[in-house]
Design a protein around this ligand. Structure first.
Ligand code: NDP
Ligand code: 2IT
Length: 460
């Protein structure tokens, strides 16, 4: 006779096989899109326990529907450089899922951008946005345009041309883009200006990350980095630890990194290293953030210029070497797959206690497993870096109400949101039998809300 355990085992195996079949379909339909496959695999593997417990999600083909975007737009972006030459880039917007709110997600301008990268980011955004507790769906976009070395006027002409097409597909209740790599307040300003011109109307809530003088929210610039540190702080506290007197390594030196460094330092940590795509700096005294801000936010210079101001610091070529530095806490805040298994092993040998993903998918799947197998506390991106998009949703709320909240109000809400995400992820991990695994916990918590909304709204 079959025992209850046998029945459970069979169910588990059936669901595992079902998930593997969906993974095969994804690989066949989206050939060569390795980043999208990676993001989908991580989520699908973690959904097995929730699908075993809730077969209705299988009956309603929720996973099959979620992995296929509502639409993927690609378009030509022609622009004229300062020498009068015509250039052509490719623009993207993926509108993945709007079951719980308008599509929402950043725009990335980087030469590596392609359909795979935009789809991995858009897919993850569905679950991240759900975790924030705010009414926002999942989307993402960008272009293979390289902002490096471009003049301000070239950036403006590119942004205007990009918006000439994108404006046909977005709106405050439709799809609300924001920044990501290579897109900050300057680019959002140029795109907002063009959208306003094309619409002949002031629709403040169409973009977030706007300047403070025209509808931006206090605290948005800092939100992703601060939020990551708030989340990691919750995780540390839950395990009897804190940032106080810890040695921290933060990769990157862009928007997320700068404000992660700022908050970690405020909480008593010493951040000893950061990087850009060329290399990393190490300052045994703790990084002087004002110098980084001046170099990256004002002068647009490479990170090695830190040594012009701090000659005792060290600069090393190549960004991955940053993970060879001994530290208690590692915060990858630059880009996808920047921390591989070899780097994970180096960090573990050097005694790392916690890793928090400020960037999207910075840790490879092998490296995640290595951290977990070695009991390193691991804060996954969808949960840990959700503070940026959460404050974007607060910016939308302020725009709708035609109000501007104080920085204390926004930061207080951000802190509470990060706490809630941590608790929801922990609770889901316990409920589904993988206590302590925040990757699975966050994926399940984000998934369920969207899945339930999709069932309620019928097949579409
Ligand atoms: P920025 O453009 O401000 O900074 C990006 C940083 O990462 C720079 O230091 C850049 O170096 C480095 N970097 C970019 N690409 C690479 C690469 N291929 N290899 C090595 N280093 C690289 O972007 P953000 O700080 O906004 O974004 C960083 C990460 O955080 C991304 O993964 C993004 O998706 C994620 N994120 C951002 C949010 C936001 O609100 N901005 C919200 C949630 C997640 P260099 O200047 O040399 O290119
Ligand atoms: O990856 C992300 O969450 C972002 N780039 C921020 C998106 C947003 O809409 O604020």
């Amino acid at each position: 006779m079959k025992t209850m355990e046998d029945v459970q085992q069979t169910k588990q195996e059936n669901v595992q096989a079902y998930v593997e079949r969906i993974m095969k379909i994804i690989e066949k339909r989206n050939p060569n899109e390795v980043e999208f496959h990676q993001a989908a695999k991580e989520v699908l593997d973690s959904l097995v326990p929730v699908l075993v417990k809730h077969p209705e999600y299988i009956d309603h083909a929720i996973v099959e529907r979620m992995v296929e975007p509502d639409r993927l737009l690609t378009f030509r972006v022609p622009w004229v450089d300062d020498q009068g030459r015509v250039k052509v880039n490719r623009g993207f917007r993926v509108q993945f899922n709007n079951a719980i709110g308008p599509y929402k997600g950043g725009l990335r301008f980087h030469p590596s951008v392609n359909a795979s990268i935009i789809k991995f980011l858009g897919f993850e955004q569905i679950f991240k946005n759900s975790l924030t507790g705010q009414p926002i769906g999942g989307g993402k976009g960008g272009s293979d345009f390289d902002p490096k070395g471009k003049s301000d006027l070239e950036i403006m002409r590119f942004c205007q041309s990009f918006m000439n097409e994108l404006a046909n597909h977005i709106g405050p209740d439709v799809d609300v883009p924001a920044g990501d790599i290579g897109v900050g307040a300057r680019e959002i300003g140029y795109m907002f200006g063009q959208y306003k011109k094309l619409r002949g109307a002031y629709e403040a809530g169409v973009l977030t990350g706007k300047g403070l003088g025209y509808g931006g929210s206090l605290g948005r610039k800092e939100a992703t980095g601060y939020g990551t540190v708030y989340f990691v702080d919750e995780m540390l506290k839950d395990n009897g630890l804190s940032f106080k007197d810890k040695t921290v390594v933060v990769s990157g030196s862009g928007n997320v990194s700068i404000y992660a460094i700022e908050k970690a330092t405020e909480l008593g940590a010493k951040v000893i290293a950061c990087s850009d795509s060329s290399g990393y700096i190490y300052d045994a005294n703790g990084i002087d953030l004002e110098t980084i801000k001046q170099l990256k936010e004002v002068e647009n210079k490479r990170i090695y210029h830190y040594l012009d101001h701090h000659p005792n610091a060290l600069y090393m070529e190549g960004c991955a070497g940053i993970w060879s530095l001994p530290c208690d806490i590692a915060l990858p805040c630059a880009t996808q797959n920047e921390l591989d298994e070899q780097s994970a092993n180096m960090l573990i040998e050097n005694g790392v206690k916690a890793v928090g993903e400020g960037a999207n998918m910075p840790t490879t799947l092998d490296a995640i497993h290595t951290f977990m197998d070695n009991d390193v506390l691991f804060a996954p991106a969808k949960a840990a870096n959700a503070g940026g998009v959460a404050v974007s949703a607060l910016e939308m709320a302020q725009n709708s109400a035609r109000l501007a909240w104080t920085v204390e109000e926004v930061d207080g809400k951000l802190k509470q949101i990060m706490k809630n995400i941590y608790q929801d992820s922990v609770q889901a991990s316990e409920e589904y039998g993988v206590a302590g695994n925040l990757v699975t916990g966050a994926n399940i918590a984000g998934f369920k809300k969207v899945a339930d909304a999709m069932i309620a709204q019928g097949v579409n």
